[in-house]
Ligand binder design. Structure first.
Ligand code: ADP
Length: 271
């Protein structure tokens, strides 16, 4: 039986320019939401240096994937999704002290040595930025598309723009943007406060003729359910944030079915 992504219908990268904008939280909620919608979904944590999906999926520190035929990993099934992460191969406090090519190699090995099985979609939680790992993934897997996560703040949008430009250069379609932490609703008085601004994600989507897939509020329950290892789409399916994640997953899955899978891009950088 084969391993790698040849049995996966669509590979979708979740990217951001900047770290800390909520990309891992979006990735796990989209994957679990896709599973709730009836799709066979997987989640690859490509954040080699700071893997967080073990915690977000509630997989205990020290639980390792089963190895078959000596060198093939079976993904860990958690919260309804097939998952693989460097976090499953190391302990929580291990620091990954690797140079870029080693990290890219580790990612490549994780992709190629995992027997994902038949999946409708594999979401890839990318590390922030536009470096080695992003290029490796674009070159080694046929990405059906990328979703860019940003907060509405200028400093995040500048880096989100870089991410969009990078994926445009390697011919990976941008499926849309997700704006995170847009408004905070006070749990005492209900007052809505756009702490990081409110329209940046929409403006970014317009700038690139793309679309805003979701506007996720800054919510204490999103943070608490993440920390507890049960994504909010499962823990509180009627929460406003959970509904927004699920709507986004549904639009993404519909757009993938329409889009033909693009050929692997060739990389050429001119400016
Ligand atoms: P990234 O993957 O971009 O580095 P994370 O998903 O790890 O970001 O999120 C960074 C922190 O912000 C985490 O503590 C996470 O629980 C929290 N967080 C993410 N999205 C939200 C949200 N909408 N509301 C509240 N906290 C959030």
């Amino acid at each position: 039986m084969v391993q790698g992504v040849s049995t996966v219908k669509h590979v979708v990268a979740i990217a951001s320019g900047k770290g800390g904008v909520g990309k891992s939280t979006v990735s796990v909620n989209l994957a679990v939401a896709a599973a709730q919608l009836g799709f066979k979904a997987g989640l690859l944590d490509a954040d080699i240096y700071g893997p967080s999906q073990a915690r977000l999926l509630g997989v205990a520190d020290g639980v390792m994937p089963e190895v078959v035929e000596e060198k093939i990993f079976l993904p860990i099934e958690a919260q309804g999704v097939a998952s693989m992460s460097m976090a499953f191969l190391t302990r929580e406090k291990t620091a990954m002290v690797w140079r870029g090519p080693m990290a890219s190699g580790a990612l490549q090995q994780m992709i190629e040595s995992t027997r994902w099985g038949d999946l409708d979609v594999l979401f890839v939680d990318m590390p922030p930025g536009t470096g080695d790992i992003q290029l490796t993934l674009s070159q080694r897997t046929q990405l059906s598309g990328v979703v860019v996560v940003t907060t509405p703040q200028d400093i995040a949008l500048i880096d989100a723009r870089r991410a969009v430009e990078m994926f445009n250069k390697v011919s990976v379609p941008v499926l849309g943007m997700i704006q995170n932490m847009a408004t905070h609703v006070c749990s005492n008085c209900g007052h809505e406060d756009p702490i990081f601004g409110s329209e940046g994600g929409e403006n970014l989507a317009n700038e690139y003729d793309s679309r805003l897939l979701a506007n996720i509020p800054l919510s204490r329950r999103i943070r608490e359910t993440s920390d507890a290892g049960e994504p909010i789409v499962l823990a509180e399916p009627d929460n406003a944030g959970a509904l927004a994640y699920r709507d986004a997953a549904s639009v993404i899955m519909a757009s993938l079915d329409k889009a033909a899978r693009p050929a692997a891009p060739t990389i050429s950088m001119t400016d």
